[in-house]
Design a protein around this ligand. Structure first.
Ligand code: CU
Length: 254
């Protein structure tokens, strides 16, 4: 699944479909920059050690400023334009193009200092929420509206469980301040912003456990705002969802 070459052993193992392309781009960028660093130092060394002229006045005449600087500026412009275009294409696949119609919907909510994940349940539709109903102490951290029939089968979890090989469309929300949703192992990072509903989609392809972090300093508990993504085979996921759904039903109508 990796694609970073020498960089691969430095990064957390990649578990997503698009991740190999991200790693390749990252490694390519670093290779290019390392090459430029070496080149710049060679030029610097040459400038210091270049042969002096025989005349007593000293150095040989310098090449014109246009020759010395113009072509390097032009070449760097071509290089950085090329890097921008290739990374933009990768970015567009994840952000500008929508998910496939069969993508699974999961809502992610960032709250000081916790991530919540909501699955729409059997009706495949998220129920309404009300800010005034938000109350983590009574088991309703997202403020699910019991009046809304769509919310009756919604499942709220503090870990993100996803089936292997199926595209997921995440809907990111925040209740209080800006949080940064980051799954290093999925090469996925997106801010959750209060008042906005932001989509990002990806496909996990390797079963395993992946840490989820918050990358925006969101308050005193920021450092412990962590969660876990579990990627499991589809059949196992179906039974997990079913078990959570049954538990939810008991909770709604005892
Ligand atoms: Cu946070």
């Amino acid at each position: 699944v990796g694609g970073g070459g020498w960089l691969g052993s430095w990064l957390p193992a990649n578990g997503s479909l698009h991740g190999a392309a991200v790693d390749r781009l990252l490694a390519f960028n670093l290779n290019v920059l390392f090459g430029l660093l070496i080149l710049a130092h060679l030029i610097l060394l040459y400038a210091v050690m270049r042969p002096r002229g025989e005349k007593a006045t000293g150095r040989q005449p310098l090449p014109s400023a246009w020759l010395a600087e113009g072509w390097t500026i032009f070449l760097s412009w071509v290089l950085f334009a090329g890097l921008t275009v290739s990374s933009e294409r990768l970015w567009a696949d994840l952000r500008y193009e929508g998910p496939s119609p069969g993508a699974m919907q999961v809502e992610v909510t960032g709250v000081q200092f916790q991530w919540y994940f909501r699955y729409p349940g059997a009706d495949a539709r998220f129920g309404g929420t009300q800010p005034r109903l938000v109350d983590a102490a009574t088991g309703n951290p997202l403020g699910l509206d019991p009046e809304d029939s769509y919310s009756a089968d919604d499942i709220v979890s503090s870990i993100l469980v996803l089936p292997e090989g199926r595209e997921v469309d995440l809907r990111l929300r925040a209740q209080d301040v800006i949080h940064g949703f980051f799954i290093p192992g999925m090469r996925l990072k997106q801010n959750a912003v209060p008042g906005l509903l932001l989509h990002v989609h990806f496909t996990p392809v390797r079963p395993g456990i992946y840490p989820i972090l918050c990358t925006q300093v969101c308050g005193s508990g920021h450092a412990r705002m962590q969660a876990v993504l579990r990627v499991i085979p589809e059949a196992e996921f179906d039974s997990w969802l079913e078990a959570r759904g049954a538990a939810r039903k008991r909770q709604v109508s005892p």
